[in-house]
Design a binder for this molecule. Structure first.
Ligand code: FMN
Ligand code: SF4
Ligand code: SF4
Length: 314
């Protein structure tokens, strides 16, 4: 670890904020080694994936002075998979208790060298066996995580929750962050326990939804989302989508392509012009959404932050 009191240049300052585009910091060789003499020696890397900001917020709260935050969608886009640090962490939202597909793709290709690896999974209501699912996916890809835990946040799953109600709930986030930071400070080796009941609940969920356990929520934007005439062509959806699925065309905004179902688009549209398609036979969306007027972004994360984290128009 190296920390100095000298004034940071803009590049270093952005890096500490977690806003520096991953592709621009990765060496041409493809290996981002924190021991390189061209950048200050940094101790911890935290990779994150976020749709509505919870995970970016958590990643920031787990960042020490000498931490670099890196956006998984941008690393995947740039093809950067080689990393080395003293400690490596990952923060992602669980989707049906599973990692987002892009997180899975990232870990399958990543070559991570670190003395300590940790994973923090955010969720909103029911975590089930998410810890075990991550452990297994990571092990399959050749990674052992020393510490895996969960943290409850606002649940951004619109089909079941009214965001206005979710935001009123006290989910004891500061206390959870304090617990996790204390664990990381002593490099605790621990996986949060999972019960038989939680395993059974996940099995029931998979049977009901018919999702592929190797992929989780990989959907098609064109099937699930529609843009109404409230759209004012502001372009925000083109920046916040971690898959870059939205484009402004002469005939309005179009969304197509493999979709993480992260809901960054639908939650961040200032006009609430993005809505779910009417899908009465879909097990996930048969009942539509609870409150089409309520949208959410983590209160500590600005739209600018989210655009910087997910921007694929690089
Ligand atoms: C597609 C999808 C599936 C989700 N599945 C679950 C789940 O199984 N259990 C749960 O407690 N929360 C679930 N959530 C809620 C998110 O995990 C939670 O709100 C997370 O903190 C969002 O993180 P973000 O703001 O960084 O995107 C789901 C959200 C989405 C969009
Ligand atoms: S964010 Fe909403 S209003 Fe802006 S271009 Fe996209 S759909 Fe239209
Ligand atoms: S289309 Fe929407 S839900 Fe799908 S990946 Fe993009 S932002 Fe996420």
């Amino acid at each position: 670890m190296m920390e100095t009191n000298r004034k940071l240049n803009r590049r270093e300052a952005l890096k500490r904020m977690g806003l520096l585009v991953a592709g621009s910091v990765a060496a041409a060789s493809g290996t981002f080694a924190l021991s390189s003499c061209s950048v200050p020696k940094l101790r911890r890397i935290i990779f994150y994936f976020t749709g509505t900001g919870n995970c970016l917020y958590v990643a920031r709260q787990l960042a020490t002075e000498s931490t670099t935050l890196l956006s998984i969608p941008q690393l995947v886009k740039q093809g950067n998979y080689d990393f080395e640090a003293d400690e490596i962490g990952i923060v992602y939202p669980i989707y049906g208790h599973m990692p987002p597909y892009m997180v899975r793709q990232f870990i399958q290709k990543a070559r991570l060298k670190a003395g300590y690896k940790f994973a923090v999974l955010t969720f909103g209501a029911r975590k089930c066996n998410a810890v075990e699912i991550w452990d297994e996916a990571a092990r399959k890809a050749g990674h052992t995580f020393d510490y895996i835990t969960t943290i409850i946040m606002v649940d951004n799953w619109l089909p079941n929750f009214d965001m206005n109600e979710q935001m009123k709930l006290d989910k004891h986030i500061p206390e959870s962050l304090q617990r996790i930071n204390a664990d990381l400070a002593v490099r605790r080796r621990w996986h949060e326990p999972v019960t038989e009941e939680e395993r059974a609940m996940h099995a029931g969920f998979m049977a009901y939804t018919g999702l592929d356990p190797e992929k989780g929520f990989v959907m098609k934007s064109e099937k699930y989302f529609r843009v109404t005439d409230r759209c004012v062509d502001c372009g925000i959806c083109t920046y916040v989508c971690p898959r870059g699925n939205y484009s402004l065309t002469s005939r309005g905004v179009k969304a197509e392509g493999d979709c993480e179902f992260c809901f960054a688009c639908i939650h961040n549209c200032p006009q609430k012009a993005i809505q779910f398609a009417h899908l009465p036979d879909d097990p996930l969306l048969a009942r539509g959404e609870v409150n089409p007027d309520a949208r959410y972004r983590n209160e500590h994360i600005s739209l600018y932050d989210l655009k910087a984290a997910n921007n694929q128009l690089l």
